[in-house]
Design a protein around this ligand. Structure first.
Ligand SMILES: [Zn+2]
Length: 287
C-alpha cells in the first residue's frame, strides 16, 4: 500500500525566497491528507502536482500563521473550482470562528460541506479511522494549543504461501479468510493451521508529524537558545526524540530564515540519529 509524504513547505515564521511555510501532503493508498497549510501552499500544490480535489482531510496543528494562513485561500479555490464533495477539517476550535468570519464578510456560501472537528491539545484523540489508517492527535508543548498527528497504517492481512496452498489444493475462494487468520480443513478432514499456510504481514507503518514543540526543557537547559525562546526543538533535540521513540527515520523541517544553508542542521541531527533527512520542498519520502 502506498504510504508517502511530500513536503510542500518547511520554512518557519516567514516565507523566504524559494522556501515556503509549513505544509505536507500524505498519500496513503491514493487518498491525500494535507497537514498544515501555510501561506503559498496552493502554489506549491500546483508546482508539485497535488490536486486539491483529491484532498478530503486537512489537519491544522495550531494557529500560528506559518501553519494555516494558506487555508482560507485553498478552501475558497476548492469552492470556486466547483467542489461538491465534503471536506473534513481538523484544528483548534478557534479556527472555525476565523473561517466563518472570513466567509461571512466575503458573503461566500461554500458549495461543499466543510465538516469541522475541533482538536483538543490536552489529550490525544483518535480523529480518523478508515480502511487504510487510524489518525491520532499528539498534544504538543507550544505557546498556544498545538497538536501533531500520528498516521498509523491499519494492520495488514497475512501473506499467503501460494506454493503451499496450491500443493494442498486450497480453493481460491478461501484465500481471503486465510489472509485474515483462518485455518483450513481439507475434504478428508485434515487440519492445516493458519501459520503453515501464511506468514506474518509486514508491520504497519506509522508517520508522526510533530510541528512546533518544546522538548524536555530541563534536560536541554544547556541549549537555551532561540529555539527555546520560540518554543521549538532544535535539530539535535528532534534527533534525541527520534532515538527515544525508536523511530526508523527522522525528517527535520520548519527551518528558520536565519539558516542560509541547512547542511549544519542535518549534520547536527545526524550526529545523534544518522537516518535523518531534510524536509526539502518537493521531495517525496516513502514511509
Ligand atoms: Zn508555532
Amino acid at each position: 500500500m502506498k504510504f508517502e509524504v511530500t513536503i510542500l513547505g518547511s520554512s518557519s515564521a516567514t516565507p523566504i525566497y524559494n522556501r515556503n511555510p509549513t505544509s505536507q501532503v500524505l498519500n496513503i493508498n491514493e487518498r491525500l491528507y494535507l497537514v498544515d497549510c501555510g501561506e503559498g501552499t496552493q502554489q506549491q500544490m500546483l508546482r508539485f502536482d497535488v490536486r486539491g480535489s483529491r484532498i478530503d482531510h486537512i489537519f491544522i496543528s495550531h494557529l500560528h500563521g506559518d501553519h494555516y494562513l494558506g487555508l482560507i485561500g485553498l478552501l475558497s479555490s476548492l469552492h470556486l473550482n466547483g467542489r461538491k464533495k465534503a471536506l473534513k477539517l481538523f484544528g483548534p476550535s478557534q479556527l472555525k470562528e476565523i473561517i466563518d468570519l472570513q466567509f461571512k464578510y466575503s458573503e461566500t456560501t461554500l458549495q461543499y460541506e466543510l465538516d469541522f472537528f475541533a482538536t483538543d491539545s490536552t489529550q490525544s484523540q483518535v480523529i480518523v479511522i478508515n480502511d487504510d489508517v487510524t489518525i491520532e492527535t499528539i498534544p504538543l508543548d507550544h505557546r498556544i494549543p498545538c497538536n501533531g498527528f500520528l498516521f498509523r497504517e491499519k494492520k495488514r492481512l497475512r501473506k499467503l504461501l501460494k506454493d503451499e496452498l496450491e500443493r494442498i489444493g486450497v480453493p481460491i475462494e478461501l484465500y481471503t479468510s486465510l489472509k485474515k487468520g483462518a485455518d483450513y480443513t481439507d475434504p478428508k478432514g485434515k487440519l492445516y493451521k493458519n501459520d503453515t499456510l501464511t506468514t506474518d504481514s509486514d508491520k504497519p507503518k506509522t508517520y508522526a508529524y510533530c510541528s512546533d514543540t518544546l522538548f524536555n526543557p530541563q534536560y536541554f537547559k544547556q541549549m537555551l537558545d532561540r529555539a527555546n525562546e520560540t518554543h521549538h526543538t532544535t535539530a539535535l533535540q528532534a534527533a534525541e526524540i527520534a532515538v527515544t521513540v525508536n523511530a526508523k527515520r527522522l525528517l527535520i523541517g520548519h527551518f528558520s530564515a536565519r539558516y542560509k544553508s541547512l547542511d549544519d542542521l542535518l549534520e547536527e541531527a545526524q550526529s545523534v540519529f544518522p537516518n535523518t533527512a531534510l524536509a526539502i520542498e518537493g521531495k517525496t519520502f516513502v514511509v
